[in-house]
Design a protein around this ligand. Sequence first.
Ligand SMILES: [Zn+2]
Length: 324
Amino acid sequence: MVNQYNPKTHVGEQPIRVLQNNMTYWLHNTSEEFRRISLHLAEQKKLNVGIVYRIGCDPINSKDENGNPNAPYISHGIIQLHESFLSYLWCMAYSIYNSHDTLIRNERIRGKVGLEIFEVDPTVRSRLETIISVFAYGVKLINEYYPWDIKTLPNPEYFSESDQDTIGKINAVYLSAISFILCHEVAHSYLNHSERKIQEYRKVGKIDTNFQKSLEQESDLKAIEWLLKSPPDGSIEYTLKVGIIVGACSLLFLSKSVNSNTHPDTDERIKYIIESCLPGDNSEYWALACIAFNLWDDLYRVGLEWENDINQTYEELFKDILNQ
Ligand SMILES: [Zn+2]
């Protein structure tokens, strides 16, 4: 077995602690643009170098004694991340990426992206069962805290040698997803959103929902621009794009509704992220989004109608879901 945990260097209660030091390293090494901009913001005292890594065994929906959420946010130039959210994000990276790998690459399903597939062989079935267990653990963290059972469930800390390759891929997708979230938070600072909100309030006496949503969209687009501007090589570019989509899709599972008062509606958000930022041959990316919606549909029993047309592209399928 491989055990990545080193008590001297890894701080935290949850197995995700083993990737703590990789976060900023990964981000600085994948995006030269981000590195340049964050140093510039730090010089201007608009951003504090480093991240507050919050430790604890609390669910994502709980708040600390100051009323701060466990979802990522930036306050006074400091990015706050909580372990439970990071564990959740890793589980979403695992579920979405592996569903894609297992189902789409195997061409087991075409028109219908569903986990209930028929006549699957035992290997595929066992992989799907593992995916469902990891997904179930991740979404449980939204409202309740349970320790990660590292002896039975895939995780980044403790795994067999034969799983090393898969865990490495999931770690890379997870680190790309967290890079997107960090860039999004830094973009708020870079684009002077706090100041612009104050100006807006002075001008019209309130912060309009559409104004608030437009700032969130600006941050999303800026984050993607930084990440994809100069990726070091082609192979990382694919992982980064998958990570961006996983990062965006992971917001979906936090609630049964896609509507929000503060952020663009999650379905529209995923759509513009794929459309405006990942042009070209992007069918694989639409497939990832379809998988996320399928998992969400199963989780909250939303009751989406899934078109079972083998000639339909994943982009068409996604837009069909969006219209519902
Ligand atoms: Zn934001």
